[in-house]
Design a protein around this ligand. Sequence first.
Ligand code: SF4
Length: 191
Amino acid sequence: MNATRRDFLRIGAAGAAALGFDLAPARAEARALKIARTTETRSTCPYCSVSCGVIVHTAGDKARNAKPFVVHVEGDPDHPINQGSLCSKGIALKNNIVNDRRLTKVLYRAPGTDKFEERTWDWAIDRIAHLFKETRDRTFREKDSQGRTINALTSIGVIGGCTDANEINYLMSKTFRAGLGVVPIEQQSRI
Ligand code: SF4
């Protein structure tokens, strides 16, 4: 008989149950080991506007010379929105965080080419600032067609994500609306 490792475990579990052993404590212990000595960080699922609360378990961040890494993500039972539950997308959030295909560098595709070039974050910030200013200088409207003051910039839009707190949204409104005149400002949580 060719038995796989999974078959072996299944047969063993069935045999233990038949002999009257209670496997629940062993299962609970295995789960506890997975998150033993991890740091719990409360966060928000970034995928959709429901904004469910999650707990991210990180191992290794208390040890000297160890690089912290995420071992588990679960729903936050104390969160008022989801009360511990997550949908199938949210429950797979760890695979978003721990993923070697995750982009960690700036990739720039210049106009007229199909090739991406690696750039620095400083370069990207300067580029965004330059384009923002150039567009604002060119399209900002102080008056409407009837001469009324509007001080409006409608050629640039700003959108916030569902993980942004009230304070970030406040600063965003202050900076972009009050400071720069941007009219189209939206928030994922409202969509
Ligand atoms: S867990 Fe699902 S429903 Fe909740 S925020 Fe994430 S994607 Fe949206």
